[in-house]
Design a protein around this ligand. Structure first.
Ligand code: SF4
Length: 398
């Protein structure tokens, strides 16, 4: 969009003051965040976010070839927004052995996966050694893979099991193979929401303390915000401002991902489902408020591939990845139109169709260059084979 058209659009929407701040590179404050949430002109909010997105990342949209492993759904936290954990009338309990996890990895050894993402429930029967073995077991099968694992809630449980100071635990986890911590675990930094929805998990202050300890241990981390449940708009803005302040202090966050809440199968099943407007608006406002986060992701598995295409013009520069075996949000067969795996050609097509330039990345946004990448994209047999494997039926933690 030309500068004149953008100026006209934001003027019509009454957002000229925020536009001037964006153009000057000045930081938006909480009142600006509220004004953006309350403004009915989503396209004007998106156009502002697109200015920042293109300034920071050009027309690139990143994706990664990754595999998710949710090693147990046994959990003693009982979060009201969660459909993943084993409970009466819900999913059956499971805990993967190290061999189970290795078999999952072996099933996709022909895919050049760069990252294994592991989060799970809080199973109090798993000893400290399990977590060390889990990391070593992954590296034994895939020595070069980046392991992003354990939210701050899992880290708190691991420390409880280890009965050692946190710096020592982090050092041992790193030695066993841990490369970074995922987002999640706090959902939204509001004590009211914490007490109402997930009171058995860490408080916001405890989550921040563990996050700071991870930064001190040299572990990068990813950040999220779960929206669309009982939180208020001011609480969303407060979350963004607190995350930004933490990043000012630590600089250890790599990416921010707004996550839409899906009520099906949870104790909050009567709440409305996410909407395209809500998903695009939260991505756009995250991009505008979080001036010290280099990347904002649209998590296609929650936002749908279609909304994620649009999101690339509303602030998002990352589509996440191929995501083999994500068992958190949806269960087998429940949502026929919600996929849990995209092949690389499918991801690339989503980005190209949206008018952006696809860039395969590693966990730190270094470009992955593969000599046979074009051949793979243009080879229908390999494409079909990848799609067939991806079609294995698959099925929220932390
Ligand atoms: S969100 Fe995580 S901690 Fe909460 S019940 Fe689900 S698995 Fe357990």
């Amino acid at each position: 969009m030309s500068r004149r058209l953008t100026e006209k659009l934001v003027e019509t929407a009454g957002l000229t003051r925020i536009y001037d701040k964006v153009m000057d590179g000045r930081r938006l404050d909480a009142n600006d965040g509220l004004a953006l949430y309350e403004n009915p002109n989503l396209n004007a909010v998106g156009a502002l976010a697109n200015i920042v997105r293109e300034r920071m990342n050009g027309d690139k949209t990143y994706y990664v070839r990754n595999q998710h492993i949710n090693y147990t759904n046994v959990c003693n936290k009982g979060c009201k927004f969660c459909a993943f954990y084993a409970q009466k009338g819900g999913p059956d309990p499971y805990t993967m052995s190290i061999a189970d996890v290795q078999n999952r990895l072996r099933a996709h050894l022909d895919v050049p996966i760069k990252e294994v993402h592991m989060v799970a429930g809080i199973n109090p029967k798993l000893p400290y050694q399990y977590y060390l073995d889990l990391l070593r077991g992954v590296k034994a099968i895939r020595p070069d893979v980046h392991i992003k694992a354990f939210t701050c809630v899992e880290i708190a449980e691991i420390q409880r099991q280890a009965n050692k100071p946190l710096p020592e635990v982090f050092a041992e986890l790193k030695e066993a193979g841990l490369d970074s911590l995922p987002g999640g675990g706090i959902e939204i930094l509001s004590e009211r929401v914490h007490m109402e929805l997930f009171g058995r998990k860490l408080s916001g202050d405890q989550w921040i303390d563990i996050s700071k300890a991870a930064a001190e241990a040299g572990l990068p981390q990813y950040a999220t915000m779960l929206y669309g449940h009982i939180e208020t708009i001011p609480e969303r803005v407060e979350h963004l401002v607190k995350m930004r302040a933490l990043q000012d202090e630590t600089s250890h966050f790599v990416t921010f991902t707004p996550l839409s809440f899906h009520p099906e199968g949870t104790q909050l099943a009567g709440l409305p489902h996410p909407t395209g407007d809500g998903d695009l608006r939260n991505i756009a406002i995250s991009r505008l408020m979080l001036d010290n986060f280099q990347h904002v992701k649209t998590f296609w598995i929650m936002n749908t591939p279609q909304v994620s295409q649009l999101a690339q013009w509303y602030g998002a520069d990352d589509l996440d990845g191929t995501i083999h075996e994500y068992e958190i949000t949806y269960k087998d067969g429940e949502q026929g139109n919600k996929q849990q795996v995209l092949t690389r050609p499918q991801l690339v097509n989503l980005i190209v169709e949206a008018g952006r330039t696809p860039v395969e990345r590693d966990s730190f946004y270094n470009q992955v260059v593969r000599p046979d990448a074009e051949d793979e994209l243009n080879d229908p047999v390999r494409h079909d084979e990848a799609a067939r494997k991806a079609a294995v039926p698959l099925a929220m933690a932390n």
